[in-house]
Design a protein around this ligand. Sequence first.
Ligand code: ZN
Length: 471
Amino acid sequence: MSIEIRLPTALRAFADKQEKIGVDAATVGEALEQLFTKHERLRQQLMSPEGKLRSFVNVYVNDDDARDRQGLATPVKDGDTILIVPAIAGGSAVLELELTTAEKARYHRHLIMPEVGAEGQKKLKNASVLCVGAGGLGSPLALYLAAAGVGRIGIVDFDTVDESNLQRQIIHDTASVGTSKLKSAEKRLKGLNPNVRVELHETKLTSANAVDLFKRYDVIADGTDNFATRYLVNDACVLTGKPNAYGSIFRFEGQLSVFGLKDGPCYRCLYPEPPPPGLVPSCAEAGVLGVLPGVIGTMQAVEALKLILGIGRPLSGRLMLYDALEQSWRTLKIKKNPGCPMCSENPTIKAPIDYEAFCGLKENTVTIPEISVQDLKAMLDKKDKFVLLDVREPHEHEIAKIPGSTLIPLGKLPERFGELDKGAKLIVHCKMGGRSANAVKFLREKGYDATNVAGGINAWSESIDPSVPQY
Ligand SMILES: [Zn+2]
């Protein structure tokens, strides 16, 4: 065997994991023909049906590009090395994978539609989507992407399945409570469609890892539940040029859009700044109708599939608002902001920033005076003079309250703080301590002596009075 063909890692899977294969040949074409005879699957990967090398594959003889010589007719001699170098993107080769017979049966309802067809199904097979979050939105999203045959599905999450997740996170099941969300999601997705590759990223998405991670996928689907990560997803999408199939949910309402397309707006064009922390409660605080993430996450899957297939009109430059109680959809136009710090011609943000600080989450923990629920109990026992202020919503106050508290919901505080005695010592609580921290910050700015109760009424129920229900 006088000529050695070397295969890159990405192609070895098609050649019984071999790195080097020896052949006897006089030209590059002959050498490749011998290689393909031994490993037929490589032929499908590297050659077009017309028998030409596909355009994403380069062949080198020793260190020279064969195209610069005589292409497949380039002569080779004893001792030469032929190197096959496909284009790679983020560690995976850009290979056009053909559909197997079983896949043709599985995707039959796609194949019979001319808008998808075998070509579209191959696009799906060769595509990749990164789902940020394996929660309410990520559940239907990842399931439908897997069912549709998206070849590579990445999921970022670092949580474990909690019983309270199962009201909406349908990718997980009762038996998986307490286990990793990623492992649980992988099991379900592989069960649904063993043809797809599921890549698990058991980590928090951070400014340090987002850009490298996003580079490895074609479409990013934002299924996060906090503003810091939303801005991070947006910025990393713009920086890497990846479209963001965006969805968000709150109680009975959902939002949907596609951000980061070349001429379309980004999330910062729509919302240049996040709301102050605590103003918009999280789903954990405010609740969410179980099926709502099902509706919105499914629509995110629709947009992701359209982007991959290149069909229809992407939901770029439009914000869809869903109201489950009204059973209505509204579509608003959104414009690219010519002064956007992220996606305009002259961006001022050129790398991911500190999103916790941007969303005002650090400030609170540093500057806000705080007491524990034990301190509060001692103050009540000693009959200290103070006003205990509850800044939750009235229905939460109905479910559970600390006796003697005054209720002014956080959202009403800017118009109602005048009702509070300026000379009084204010002790402020909410459910878990987040909204009340924001209220304390606001009240101190207005000249009040306000202090936060760490852990809120949940901590009170856990450590002081178990008869106060947790919700
Ligand atoms: Zn923008």
